[in-house]
Every structure is written in structure tokens, then in C-alpha cells.
Design a protein around this ligand. Structure first.
Ligand code: GRG
Length: 294
């Protein structure tokens, strides 16, 4: 795990370096850049970036291209966290051990900084820095837009909030988490298939691996909410139960959810191993998910 965290840290440094240059080159004079940078450089793990890089390794995709795509995805992720923390959504004052963006600045600034981060992600994908053909870039942008919108992140978040304190089936809870968290991971895996112009079936396999990774990651997040140390997590824990979140822990309990998570982990590992020796680093990412403390 130590080697994995060292590799994760290198990926985080490279992603942040690209992002810092992108901000510096293009927009440093605009006021909204401050809250955007506050959010995006506040110490996220960059785990989504590691999935992009480690899946890309299997298909021999150029590292710098993957770093640029990672930078875009971290902007979408930061956007979703800023909006998730707003009073109208999860109403959290802390994120990554710091004030959430609306607490540090104000609500309208947080909303606009979030919107701008989502849009800058697409700007990054269209940039000349990303040396890919226009048709591949177009497909990356299309899939990211679909997976972020009403049938992806935003849709999942809508149901997550709508079904607070309501009875949901296990199937529905998984559906919500697949969209809220899984779809961004689906993009992280499928983007390799898009770049290599894979056929529909091969891309679908990558997408499904990503959805499962996202589900496992979200379950780990929910388990940490129950047993995690709020100082290590960087935000208050034990909140999901009070909020009546439609997640597996609230539905089937901690122990059953843990069993479900280990089964899911083995299913993901089995699928990834079909890619052979080059999948080693991606397998390490999967090991990290249930071991992480924050
Ligand atoms: C992006 C179009 C669009 C809409 C946003 C607010 C929203 C709709 C979605 C929220 C989705 C959300 C907050 C999912 C939670 C996912 C999750 C487990 C977050 C924590 O991720 P980590 O642990 O965080 O990777 P760090 O801090 O390491 O980056």
C-alpha cells in the first residue's frame, strides 16, 4: 500500500501542476479563480486521477494525455463537492479539514465557482494541450457531459436528496450511488476505450468496471461515515444516519454492507485481472478503496 500511496501522490502532483499552469496561463486575473482554486487545491486524494492513469496504463495510453484528462475530472469532482456542501444540499461546513467553499466565501460565490469548475473541465478537454483527434475529444466531451448531467451525477444527487428519510429498495439505493458517484468513475475507465477507439462491447466492459469501482468507493465512504475519525476524514462523521441517507449502510446495516463490499471488490478484481499483467497498478487502486481511512 505504501508504494500505491507514493504513486498516488506523484499522480496528484502531476495533475495539480497541469491545473495550476492552466489556471495561471488563462484566467489568473478573474476574482472567481480564488474560490475555484480554494476548492480544487484543498487536498483531495486525486483517486479518480489514479483510476484514469492506471486504466490507461493497461492500454498503453500516453501519461501526459491521461494527466490532462485527470485535471478535467478533478474539476468536475470539486464542482460536485462544492455544490454538495451547500445548505440546499448536504449542508456541510467542513470539507477536507477546511471550511467548505460557501463558508469560506459565501453561497453565491460557491455556486458560481462550482459552475465555473464544471465548465473549465470542458475547456481543458478542448485545449490544444490535449493531443487527440477532434473526433476523440468530441466523444470524451459527450460522454463526460452525459455522465455528469441528469442521467449521471446530477440525477444521482437529485435522488440522494429526494429519498432522504424515505424507504428505498436495495436496488434503488445502488442505482442512486451508481449515478451520484459511479458515473464519474465510469468515465475514468471508459476514457481509455474512447481514446483507443474500442468497440461498443469493450467500452461497455470498461464502463461497468468504473460503475462498480464507484459503487465500492461510495460504500467505503458510507462505512467511513459510521466508523471513521472525523479528524482524519476532515469533516464531521456519523451524519448519514441522521440525515436518513438512502444508502446501503442505512438499509442493511454496517456488517452486511461490509460483506457486500468485499464481494463487490472480488468481482471487480476478477474483471480487471482479465487484462493481464499491466493491470497491477489498477488492482492496487482497488485494494486502496476499502483500506482508506479518509
Ligand atoms: C457535477 C453536474 C454535476 C452535478 C453535481 C452535487 C452533485 C451534483 C453531486 C454530488 C455527488 C457527490 C458529492 C458524490 C460523493 C462522492 C464522494 C464519495 C466524494 C468524496 O470523494 P473523495 O473521497 O474526495 O475522492 P477527495 O476529498 O479525496 O477529493
Amino acid at each position: 500500500m505504501k508504494i500505491f500511496t507514493q504513486k498516488l501522490s506523484k499522480i496528484a502532483t502531476d495533475t495539480d501542476l497541469y491545473l495550476k499552469n492552466f489556471f495561471f496561463k488563462n484566467k489568473n486575473y478573474q476574482y472567481l479563480i480564488k474560490p475555484m482554486q480554494y476548492s480544487v487545491f484543498s487536498g483531495g486524494k486525486r483517486f479518480r486521477s489514479s483510476v484514469i492513469i492506471n486504466m490507461g496504463k493497461i492500454f498503453n495510453i500516453n501519461y501526459q494525455k491521461l494527466i490532462i484528462i485527470s485535471a478535467a475530472i478533478e474539476c468536475v469532482h470539486s464542482y460536485s463537492l462544492i455544490h454538495d456542501d451547500l445548505p440546499a444540499m448536504d449542508n456541510d461546513d467542513l470539507r477536507r479539514g477546511k471550511l467548505s467553499t460557501h463558508k469560506k466565501f459565501n453561497e453565491f460565490t460557491a455556486i458560481l465557482a462550482g459552475n465555473s469548475l464544471l465548465l473549465i473541465a470542458f475547456e481543458i478537454l478542448t485545449s490544444g494541450d490535449l493531443k487527440l483527434s477532434p473526433s476523440i475529444k468530441n466523444e470524451l466531451i459527450k460522454i463526460l457531459a452525459i455522465y455528469s448531467g441528469f442521467s449521471g451525477l446530477a440525477g444521482g444527487q437529485f435522488f440522494d436528496l429526494t429519498y432522504e428519510n424515505k424507504k428505498v429498495s436495495k436496488k434503488k439505493a445502488i442505482y442512486i450511488q451508481n449515478n451520484k458517484t459511479g458515473k464519474l468513475f465510469a468515465f475514468c475507465c471508459e476514457c481509455s476505450g474512447i481514446i483507443n477507439r474500442q468497440n461498443f462491447q469493450k467500452r461497455k466492459k470498461l464502463k461497468n468496471i468504473g460503475l462498480d469501482i464507484g459503487l465500492l468507493f461510495q460504500i467505503a465512504d458510507d462505512l467511513i461515515d459510521i466508523k471513521g475519525d472525523s479528524k482524519v476524514v476532515g469533516k464531521p462523521t456519523k451524519r448519514d444516519q441522521n440525515k436518513g441517507k438512502p444508502n446501503l449502510v442505512n438499509l442493511i446495516g454496517y456488517e452486511e454492507t461490509l460483506k457486500f463490499a468485499y464481494k463487490l471488490k472480488h468481482k471487480i478484481i476478477k474483471k480487471i485481472k482479465t487484462y493481464g499483467i499491466k493491470s497491477y497498478d489498477l488492482l492496487q487502486s482497488i485494494e486502496f478503496i476499502l483500506n482508506r481511512k479518509f
